[in-house]
Design a binder for this molecule. Structure first.
Ligand SMILES: Nc1nc2c(c(=O)[nH]1)N[C@@H](CN(C=O)c1ccc(C(=O)N[C@@H](CCC(=O)O)C(=O)O)cc1)CN2
Length: 285
C-alpha cells in the first residue's frame, strides 16, 4: 500500500477561500479582522514565518501589522507593546513569534496577551478552556492537524491515537483535541521505554518531537493515518519532518508531507482564529 498524501497547501487554499468571505462580511460591517505580529530578533526561520503570516492576511482580506524589534529589546519594552495592542480596537489577534531571545520570559509575554486576542492559543486561559471543553482559541498546529483528519474523513471516535511529543504548543493540546473527538489517546515522549510498542497499535499517529526518523515503517500499523508535525533539516540541508516519509508511506493509508503538510495549515488556522476573534467582537458590538 502506498499512502495518499494529505495536502496542506490545497486544504489551506480551500479554507482560506471560505475565510475570505467571512472576512469580507466583517469588513462590510466595519470590523475588518486585524492581526498584530511581533518578531523580536533576527532568527531567519522566524522571519520567513512572520512574512508568510502577513502575506496570508493580505491575501485573505485581513488587516495585519508587523512589528519587528532588535534582539536587544528588553522584556519590559515587549510587555508594554503587548499591553498597548491589547487596548487597540483595530487588532483582534496578537501573536508573538517564538522562540524569543533568551533574556525574555516567553511565558510572561504570552500571559500578558489578552485571552480575547490570544489567536495562537498559548495563554493558560486558552489551554484551560481546551482542557475543560470551553470556548477558547485552539493552538494553530494541533487545530490544523484536526482539520486534516476531517478533510480525509478520518473520524477519531473509537480510534487509538498516539501522539509522540508533549510540548505545550503541540503535543499536549493535540492529545486534548483527539480526546475531545472521542479517540483513545496515548501520549509518548522521551522517557517512553518502547515507543514502537505503542505506535504499532495506533490508527492515528501524530509525530511532534522535532527529531528526524522518530517514526519508521516498522513502527506503523498498516493503514494508519500519519501526521508529521516535525520541521527538521536532513544531512543535505533539505527540510524534513519527524517521520521517515519514504518508508512510512509504504505502510500508512494517509500521510502528511514536509514541506506542504502541517506547516501551511498552522498559518491557515491562525487566520481562522483571527477571523473568529473579530466575529466575537462584532457580535458583541
Ligand atoms: N507564535 C508562534 N510561534 C511559533 C509557532 C506558532 O504557531 N506561533 N509555530 C512555529 C513556527 N511556525 C509558525 O509560526 C511555522 C512553521 C512552519 C510553517 C510552514 O509553513 N512550513 C513550511 C515550510 C517552510 C520552509 O520552507 O521553511 C511547510 O511545512 O510546508 C509555518 C509556520 C514555531 N514558532
Amino acid at each position: 500500500m502506498t499512502a495518499q498524501l494529505i495536502d496542506g497547501v490545497a486544504l489551506s487554499r480551500q479554507i482560506r477561500t471560505e475565510l475570505a468571505q467571512r472576512a469580507a462580511a466583517l469588513t462590510s460591517r466595519g470590523h475588518t479582522p486585524g492581526l498584530a505580529v511581533i518578531l523580536v530578533g533576527d532568527n531567519p526561520a522566524s522571519q520567513v514565518y512572520v512574512r508568510n503570516k502577513v502575506k496570508a492576511c493580505h491575501d485573505t482580506g485581513l488587516h495585519s501589522v508587523l512589528e519587528q524589534y532588535p534582539a536587544s529589546m528588553s522584556e519590559a519594552e515587549l510587555l508594554a507593546r503587548v499591553r498597548a495592542l491589547n487596548e487597540d480596537a483595530s487588532i483582534h489577534g496578537i501573536l508573538v513569534q517564538l522562540p524569543l531571545p533568551a533574556h525574555i520570559d516567553a511565558h510572561k509575554v504570552i500571559e500578558t496577551i489578552s485571552p480575547l486576542k490570544d489567536v495562537d492559543g498559548f495563554h493558560v486561559a486558552s489551554a484551560g478552556a481546551l482542557m475543560v471543553g470551553q470556548e477558547g482559541f485552539k493552538p494553530c498546529t494541533p487545530y490544523g492537524c484536526m482539520q486534516m483528519l476531517k478533510a480525509i474523513g478520518c473520524d477519531p471516535r473509537g480510534k487509538h491515537a498516539v501522539v509522540i511529543g508533549r510540548s505545550n504548543i503541540v503535543g499536549k493540546p493535540m492529545a486534548m483535541l483527539l480526546l475531545q473527538a472521542n479517540a483513545t489517546v496515548t501520549v509518548c515522549h522521551s522517557a517512553t521505554p518502547d515507543l514502537a510498542q505503542h505506535t504499532r497499535q495506533a490508527d492515528i499517529v501524530v509525530a511532534a518531537v522535532g527529531k528526524r526518523n522518530v517514526l519508521t515503517a516498522d513502527m506503523v500499523k498498516p493503514g494508519a493515518v500519519v501526521i508529521d508535525v516535525g520541521m527538521n533539516r536532513n544531512d543535505e540541508g533539505k527540510l524534513c519532518g519527524d517521520v521517515d516519509f519514504d518508508g512510512v508511506r509504504e505502510v500508512a493509508s494517509w500521510i502528511t508531507p514536509v514541506p506542504g503538510g502541517v506547516g501551511p495549515m498552522t498559518i491557515t488556522m491562525l487566520l481562522v482564529n483571527t477571523v473568529e476573534a473579530a466575529e466575537r467582537v462584532a457580535a458583541a458590538a
